[in-house]
Design a protein around this ligand. Sequence first.
Ligand SMILES: NC(=O)C1=CN([C@@H]2O[C@H](COP(=O)(O)OP(=O)(O)OC[C@H]3O[C@@H](n4cnc5c(N)ncnc54)[C@H](OP(=O)(O)O)[C@@H]3O)[C@@H](O)[C@H]2O)C=CC1
Ligand SMILES: Cc1cn([C@H]2C[C@H](O)[C@@H](COP(=O)(O)OP(=O)(O)O[C@H]3O[C@@H](C)C(=O)[C@@H](O)[C@H]3O)O2)c(=O)[nH]c1=O
Ligand SMILES: [Mg+2]
Length: 283
Amino acid sequence: MTELLVFGRNGQVATELARLAPQARFVGREAADLSDPAACAAVIRAARPAAVINAAAYTGVDRAESEPQAAQAINAKAPGAMAVACAELGVPFVHISTDYVFDGTGDTPRAENAPTRPLGVYGRTKLAGERAVTAAGGQWAILRTSWVFSAHGQNFVKTMRRLGAERDRLSIVADQIGGPTPAADIAAAILTMVEAMRADPAKGGIYHFAGAPDVSWAGFAREIFARSGLPAQVDEIPTSSYPTPARRPANSRLDCAAILRDFGIARPDWQQGLDRVIEELSS
Ligand SMILES: NC(=O)C1=CN([C@@H]2O[C@H](COP(=O)(O)OP(=O)(O)OC[C@H]3O[C@@H](n4cnc5c(N)ncnc54)[C@H](OP(=O)(O)O)[C@@H]3O)[C@@H](O)[C@H]2O)C=CC1
Ligand SMILES: Cc1cn([C@H]2C[C@H](O)[C@@H](COP(=O)(O)OP(=O)(O)O[C@H]3O[C@@H](C)C(=O)[C@@H](O)[C@H]3O)O2)c(=O)[nH]c1=O
Ligand SMILES: [Mg+2]
């Protein structure tokens, strides 16, 4: 019997889960394509694991605008099918969602029960995934996180280090504020939640989890350059000067009090996480 089954293998969070839980079984695209939700459910039924984590998703925010059906299958239908299979087996299911389910109005942190209103296809399909998971019954948890970075895969830290080495100055939006979150801390949080859920069948629900302190993308870029020893300057620009296919929320602040109260998991310090990632990237 497989103890822990994880969908995703090469992504940021999946890679960090593999470091912390090498005994788990990681299911890549070749073994279960999330475009085929029934195949994902079949993998769970055949493996009969003690718990399931979904770390795979369609994460191309701009690309999703022109591929809404692929994003919907991967981000909504597949997690729904996984959650149903877990409910049938009576095992916990942990899924990951995003700050992009919100419209980003205001300037205060949002709690889990704040009204959702996604601005683009990615956020809309992730919200549909949340609804499919919650509708499945069974024991589930959804971790909403934001601005994930690590030494693996694609993320803002790696993009900035690449561009910062090529250019003297970069224009970065300063009116989108959120919490950059190290993938390693997400992996650790999920494993803590899985253990707590296995010990207590009443545990679960939607939880916010993001790195602290909140910062703009421009402020984050400045820290990336400073801590990487890159001399590149950051010019602060408004979102209106950086047109993209998908709209993004201006206020991505997440209120992370509930996960601390219910699971003892505190917001990670992204500056410490950034130093660790930079060290990993430079070695
Ligand atoms: N990245 C971010 O900034 C944020 C991410 N999240 C959420 O966190 C979770 C993990 O994200 P992260 O680790 O950054 O994601 P990545 O983009 O790093 O990895 C996504 C993974 O999903 C896999 N995948 C994509 N499409 C399919 C498919 N059709 N079938 C099977 N596997 C597929 C990819 O496989 P392959 O390697 O083969 O392409 C990849 O391993 C996701 O739910 C995401 O929505 C939430 C907030 C912020
Ligand atoms: C490269 C670049 C980006 N930007 C802006 C665009 C955008 O508003 C912001 C971040 O760029 P990204 O492409 O990393 O943003 P994006 O891919 O939208 O990041 C999001 O990914 C999904 C999966 C999530 O769930 C979110 O939490 C969030 O992390 O920086 C600049 O202003 N200047 C630049 O030179
Ligand atoms: Mg991106």
